[in-house]
Design a protein around this ligand. Structure first.
Ligand SMILES: Nc1nc2c(ncn2[C@@H]2O[C@H](COP(=O)(O)OP(=O)(O)OP(=O)(O)O)[C@@H](O)[C@H]2O)c(=O)[nH]1
Ligand SMILES: [Mg+2]
Length: 371
């Protein structure tokens, strides 16, 4: 079930990762989004990413002409990552600045231009008109819509408003380092049908990740590594064998040899502690507990000390046989008793669950299940 949900979620969020389009020279990237969504920070992060990972020569262009400190903020970021910043002190026309910024990039051989724009507190016409005008003037390769993941479902309305006006190319979710699980990613993708391309995971300039739908499903489901666990189990799962086992269980013929087989299969899946750690919530709980694959050793030793008949029909194992098995396996009669008891309990449970009617009856009789 979890694996199916996980796979569907991944598909819903686009399936594959999507790159940004840097096909022209210079490639032009335009930032859009509400105030405080993280546009300026992202401009710096993206410049750093393109410079260090893609061997590009970016130029940052400061088109936020409203907030007094906006230009300085971008300059500080540019200095940290050693990327030049184009700005015009005193010019209040962002379109002019954007166009001259691109011209400057051409003259100085910069092959990517990242245009940082002004945000507003809420969606307003003036802001939309301005960014639409910049888009028209510069024909960007890529318009990125930047949105704070912590704003939850509001993010979806904002995304829709921006997309209706700008028809942007991709979404960047910022502040995913907070408590949010990022469910907004899912809604945004389904409402505007534009790929999420990056996620911001911190205030530092290297805190930018390419968006992988699969990893986001993990996060939304909060699953630890349950998918890997399911995949591992699937690798070991043999349908023919399973059907045989099912029959045996129904006829109450599930014996110690079958049990040994099951243990072998679990062991094939890998280290016990790692396996348990993949179950959500368990990993932390067992961090300091010593669980080794040896946990099965004693059980295996006891089973190996049984005769073939005893393994097939544990009811045969009386007092003297128990003493013999304990001796043979280097354990104690108590330990043999314990295993036999647990085995019997397990067989009972298995039988119940192999019979649909019985299982249904049992569920109905559980406290809280009655209508
Ligand atoms: N924790 C965290 N903080 C972030 C992230 N991205 C941005 N911030 C912080 O969010 C705040 C706003 O970021 P800015 O980049 O200034 O946002 P903006 O969209 O340019 O804002 P305006 O220019 O006012 O419209 C800053 O304090 C950033 O440090 C992120 O991925 N994680
Ligand atoms: Mg800004």
């Amino acid at each position: 079930m979890i694996k199916i949900a996980h796979d569907e979620l991944t598909q819903l969020m686009g399936g594959q990762k999507e790159d940004i389009n840097l096909d022209s020279n210079p490639a032009i990237i335009l930032m859009s989004g509400l105030q405080g969504s993280g546009k300026t920070t992202l401009s710096g992060k993206l410049a750093f990413y393109l410079k260090s990972k893609k061997q590009k020569l970016p130029l940052l262009v400061a088109c936020d002409v409203y907030r007094p400190a906006a230009i300085d903020q971008l300059k500080v970021l540019g200095e940290q990552i050693e990327v030049p910043v184009y700005s015009e002190e005193g010019n209040k026309n962002p379109i002019e600045i954007a166009l001259r910024g691109i011209q400057h990039a051409k003259e100085t051989n910069r092959n990517v231009v990242i245009i940082d724009t002004a945000g507003r507190l809420a969606i307003d016409e003036q802001m939309m008109d301005e960014i639409a005008a910049i888009k028209k003037a510069v024909s960007p390769n890529e318009i990125l819509f930047v949105v704070d993941a912590m704003t939850g479902q509001d993010a979806v309305n904002t995304a829709k408003a921006f997309n209706d006006r700008l028809n942007f190319d991709g979404v960047v979710l910022t502040k995913l380092d907070g408590d949010t699980r990022g469910g907004a990613a899912l809604s945004i993708k389904s409402v505007v049908n534009k790929p999420i391309k990056f996620v911001g995971t911190g205030e530092k300039l290297d805190a930018l990740d390419v968006f992988y739908p699969e990893r986001m499903s993990d996060r939304i489901l909060g699953m630890g590594d349950i998918v890997s666990l399911v995949e591992k189990a699937q690798e070991q799962f043999d349908e023919v064998e399973a059907a045989k086992l099912q029959k045996k269980i129904a006829k109450n013929q599930f014996g110690f040899d079958d049990f040994l087989n099951q243990i072998q299969q679990i062991k094939k899946m890998g280290n016990m502690k790692d396996l348990l750690g993949m179950i959500p919530g368990v990993g932390k709980a067992i961090r300091d507990v010593d669980i080794s694959n040896d946990s099965f050793k004693q059980i295996e030793a006891i089973i190996h000390s049984m005769t073939k008949k005893e393994r097939e029909n544990p009811a045969l194992i009386n007092g003297s046989r128990r003493t013999r098995i304990a001796k043979g396996s280097g354990t104690s009669v108590q330990e043999v008793n314990k295993l036999l008891k647990q085995f019997e309990e397990m067989r009972k449970m298995m039988r119940v669950f192999s019979n649909k009617d019985q299982a249904a009856k049992m569920m109905r009789n559980m406290p809280g299940m009655r209508r």
